[in-house]
Design a protein around this ligand. Structure first.
Ligand code: FAD
Ligand code: NAD
Ligand code: NAD
Length: 503
């Protein structure tokens, strides 16, 4: 069929850009070698350059693009009417200013051939090239074509890869063609094309990616006539992160965006339908859904391909390269971003798959590569935007299995009645109590919803995490509250620090 042909064409239209085209142009030895061209690597080269202005840095990136940020791929790029802007990978930020996905334009990078001869050093990028192995004791890496490069200091910032479903792994090629994952510019461009060619898409997964993308695609789908389904195990969107009442509320918002959300459901099997034009997803509830395309948004796995050969240790619980507080795996070898399992002196071993951690850990690794020897002392934040009405920022341990206390502004967010009447406090002894309290208290809340507020996550009565719900520019207050590491008696008082009604 035309749909199948066009979809395949869209997938095939991408050729991996490889610059330089021959690896002999790449230097044989470099002062700083960064493996991976994502956010952590970008933050590292910026930090190296500011600590050591004549540094010579070589970035090797398996993707054929200049280093770029991923967050707008599932959000901003899908909104707005300017199609050309989205196609050129520019987007409007929350404050209205236009920005490119790419951190730096092409001329910023020194051609690889000139890296070791320029007077003031520089940052070079070999894109479309992959590091295949590292020899830690000889301090050299091998590229996919066998070329060897030795380094003084090396950073591994290889990020993570999307997980796939077992039913996909076991499926025949014709079925696999109907499925995709979503992480890169290439995935964005393929999906953009797909949205012009299909009438229905199912997203499997209810976490960050599935929820953001479902809302974004439904918004675009309204214009293109594409129906979006979202299927996941949890009771509501972001159910692993948000307390149940907030997750349920968010799910209502996602539904209002036009998504058909199917909760507490797993896909068990799939078959081709309509002469191979569509795929039939067979659900564990006995129901089934027939769609043109399926997106798997079922989590990510850190990319630790280089570990085995190099003899690097992987954390057995959290996965990722094991590093110390200075992000060092071995002498002169550092790890940052999604693939690092690091030691946080406040909360212990952690591995974080978010933008701000990639920025902070990349910067710290860069500083330490240039000689600083600083520990990881920051509490990284993350944020998510699900459609135009739900946006939040968070810091610390955010896990819906913890006890939570939510303090929300009552009434319309634009309401300006005094704070004392407007906050709603719930001090539960367990999550269940909280839900009961919120529900029994629910009339006003259901009517007005959880438009704005703050949620505290507690471990043994100590605040370990904070979600700022539709509240911005208050991250430094949240970090202060976490830093004091105290058992707060009255969280309503703590909530007042956040001035829930001030904007
Ligand atoms: P990556 O960005 O994954 O970069 C790693 C790079 O290394 C890749 O380009 C990869 O191809 C390359 N590479 C891997 N192996 C090799 C090798 N052997 N040789 C050479 N190169 C190699 N976080 C938030 O906090 N907020 C958000 O709103 C948000 N939105 C997101 C939206 C999407 C669609 C996605 C996918 C993620 C989002 N995230 C968000 C998460 C955030 O983008 C990641 O945590 C971040 O990109 C991690 O950065 P990184 O540098 O560790 O890895
Ligand atoms: P996630 O871990 O947030 O969510 C995974 C979802 O898939 C969950 O709903 C889970 O129940 C489901 N799932 C897992 N295994 C499954 C299986 N076998 N069958 C069916 N469902 C299954 O991961 P994600 O949403 O896929 O995001 C991918 C990566 O991108 C993560 O690293 C994430 O942190 C990052 N990301 C972050 C943001 C953000 O911070 N705002 C936005 C987009 C993506
Ligand atoms: P940045 O400098 O763009 O933003 C950081 C500051 O802006 C923070 O103080 C944050 O609270 C505030 N901010 C961000 N989004 C806001 C919103 N929707 N409304 C009000 N204030 C908001 O940070 P960066 O590291 O350069 O960010 C890279 C990308 O991440 C950009 O696309 C940026 O827009 C995005 N970002 C989004 C959020 C969010 O949506 N909540 C938060 C931080 C960064």
């Amino acid at each position: 069929s035309n749909i199948i042909k066009e979809t395949k064409k869209a997938k095939k239209s991408h050729k991996l850009v490889q610059i330089p085209s021959l690896s002999q142009s790449i230097p044989d030895n470099v002062q700083y070698l960064l493996i991976g061209g994502g956010t952590a690597s970008f933050a590292a080269f910026r930090a190296i350059k500011s600590a050591d202005p004549t540094a010579r840095v070589l970035v090797i990136s398996a993707e054929g693009y200049l280093p770029y940020m991923r967050p707008p791929l599932s959000k901003e790029l899908w909104y707005g009417d300017d199609v050309e802007m989205a196609k050129s990978l520019n987007f409007h930020q929350w404050n209205g200013t236009a920005r490119s996905l790419f951190y730096e334009p092409e001329p910023f990078y020194t051609p690889v051939e000139e890296l070791n001869t320029t007077k003031n050093g520089g940052i070079s990028l070999a894109r479309g090239w992959k590091v295949k192995s590292i020899n830690v004791s000889e301090k050299k890496v091998k590229l996919n074509d066998g070329k060897e490069i030795s380094y003084n200091k090396c950073l591994i910032a290889t990020g993570s890869n999307p997980k796939t479903l077992k039913l996909y792994d076991d499926a025949r090629e014709e079925i696999k063609d109907k499925f995709s994952v979503f992480r890169s510019i290439k995935d964005f461009e393929d999906l953009w094309e797909e949205m012009n060619n299909v009438k229905s898409i199912a997203i499997i997964g209810g976490g960050f990616l599935g929820s953001e993308l479902a809302a974004s695609l439904a918004n675009k789908g309204k214009k293109n006539g594409v129906k979006i389904y979202q299927i996941f195990k949890e009771k509501g969107n972001m159910g692993k992160v948000l307390p149940n009442y907030l997750s349920q509320w968010t799910t209502e918002k996602v539904k209002n965006e036009g998504v058909e959300v199917i909760t507490e459901t797993e896909v068990q099997n799939c078959t081709l339908e309509n002469n191979g034009k569509q795929v039939n997803l067979i659900l564990n509830t006995g129901k089934n859904i027939v769609v043109d395309h399926v997106i798997m948004a079922v989590g990510a796995v850190p990319n630790t391909e280089l570990a085995t050969d190099a003899g690097l240790e992987i954390d057995s619980k959290l996965d990722g390269y094991l590093v110390n507080s200075e992000l060092q795996a071995r002498t002169d070898l550092y790890i940052a971003g999604d693939c690092a399992c690091f030691y946080d002196s406040q909360f212990g071993r952690r591995r974080i798959e978010h933008h701000d951690h990639a920025v902070f850990s990349g910067r710290l690794a860069g500083e330490n590569m240039a000689g600083a020897a600083k520990p990881y002392h920051h509490q990284p934040m993350f944020w998510s935007d699900i459609g135009p009405l739900v946006g939040y920022e968070a810091v610390g341990i955010i896990d819906s299995s913890l006890n939570t206390v939510g303090v929300f502004a009552k009434g319309n967010p634009k309401d300006t009645t005094p704070l004392a009447n407007e906050t709603h406090q719930n001090i539960p002894t367990s999550n269940e109590d909280l839900e009961v309290q919120l529900k029994s208290n629910g009339e006003a809340l259901t009517e007005n919803g959880y438009n704005k507020g703050v949620v505290f996550y507690l471990k043994n009565d100590v605040v370990v995490g904070i979600v700022l719900w539709n509240l911005f520019n208050r991250m430094s207050i949240a970090r202060q509250v976490l830093k004091s590491d105290r058992c707060y008696r009255d969280l309503n008082e703590v909530a007042k620090l956040f001035n829930i009604h001030s904007d």
